[in-house]
Design a protein. Structure first.
Length: 368
């Protein structure tokens, strides 16, 4: 009689075979990526991805496997393949080719991401950060002890410090490109203007993703126009080999929209988990009867609650346009409370339909 341990060992063997095949698939993806580069083709082919998923669903049906399981599995494999090919393209582009980079604040979360990203392009990366180090990279405590001979200088410090750092760099007039990666731009206005006025090639960038991101397809990198065409062009070249969508806008427009994209979404989740924490209801009991909507909202709220509270406070408190989105949130809540208090079914329906129509416009073309 076959016992449980025997079956589990067979399952373990099958799992090993699966992962071996995944490795073989990734190797093939690497070869395909090389050929795409040689032929001048783009990394992503949406038509081919659709064909792969449809083929997987059909095969799953023939084998008696749920098609949705096959689709989820192959979408994960496609993401893995794209990540391999994107990293390969970034590395082969060789934009760095030995050029020197200084990342001020490079031991932080996004700072260490930009360190690894630039190193993958061949840049010789040096870090200046009083808070820590990054394995494999030369680190110094204070950037002001350096000569600033670097081809690129990245400021990845907290917003409150970044403006001061940018102004101090402007006084030394470095020859290389200087850019920040701050989540807000109005607090850095003086610093980037000082660099521009000093004749320094300057840009201001906002990567719209977190430090654990690997695949940049579907992600956005915002390039804020601070009046330096050469700086903007050089900054764009750094991200050009990726599959990220590169978006340009002016400084005030960036922070006005960030008030909604980050400020409003963060505030909504902070209110959500604060209301739960102060409700007196224990989260395990709520989880016992959770719905799909609640689980999805809870997952987002947890990611916010576990993130850097000091960064979130900066985003909420330092944005000149921040009150606009919070006022909109307060107004919407007041509107909902009024509709419910008045038992206004039509008013409630109207709110729901307005939201539906607005959100359906997400994928429409946006003109500059």
């Amino acid at each position: 009689m076959i016992n449980l341990d025997t079956l589990r060992k067979k399952l373990e063997s099958v799992d090993r075979q699966l992962l071996t095949l995944v490795k073989e698939r990734q190797d093939l993806s690497h070869n395909i990526g090389q050929l795409k580069d040689e032929l001048g083709l783009g990394t992503r082919d949406y038509g081919q991805e659709t064909r792969v998923v449809n083929r997987a669903r059909e095969l799953a049906t023939e084998l008696g496997i749920t098609p949705e399981v096959a689709e989820e599995l192959f979408l994960a494999l496609i993401r893995s393949s794209l990540t391999v090919q994107e990293k390969q393209r970034v590395a082969s582009a060789g934009e760095g080719s030995g050029r020197q980079v200084l990342v001020i604040g490079g031991a932080g979360q996004m700072g260490s991401w930009i360190v690894r990203f630039l190193a993958s392009q061949g840049y010789a990366v040096e870090i200046a950060d009083p808070t820590g180090t990054v394995d494999g990279f030369n680190c110094v405590h204070d950037w002001q002890d350096l000569t600033l001979h670097h081809d690129v200088i990245v400021v990845a410090a907290p917003l409150a410090e970044s403006n001061r750092i940018l102004k101090a760099i402007a006084e030394r007039r470095p020859h290389g490109l200087v850019f920040d990666i701050g989540s807000l731009k109005t607090p850095l206005r003086e610093g980037v203007n000082a660099l521009r006025d000093a004749g320094v090639k300057v840009a201001s960038i906002h990567p719209m993703f977190g430090p654990t991101t690997e695949l940049l397809s579907g992600r956005h990198v915002i390039f804020v126009d601070v009046g330096s065409e050469e700086g903007m062009a050089q900054a764009r070249e750094i991200f050009a080999p990726t599959m990220a969508t590169l978006v340009e806008m002016d400084l005030d427009s960036h922070d006005r929209m960030i008030a909604y994209v980050l400020g409003l979404s963060h505030a909504l989740n902070i209110i959500f988990f604060t209301a739960l924490a102060e409700s007196g209801e224990e989260i395990p009991r709520l989880a016992q009867m959770s719905s799909t909507t609640f689980d999805a909202q809870l997952a987002v709220a947890r990611s916010v609650a576990e993130d850097n509270p000091y960064l979130y406070f900066e985003i909420q408190s330092l944005n000149e346009f921040g009150s606009e989105s919070l006022d909109a949130l307060s107004s919407a809540l007041s509107q909902l409370l009024t509709v419910l208090k008045d038992t206004n079914e039509e008013g409630f329906y109207s709110m729901m339909k307005k939201g539906e129509q607005y959100l359906h416009g997400r994928d429409s073309n946006v003109s500059d």
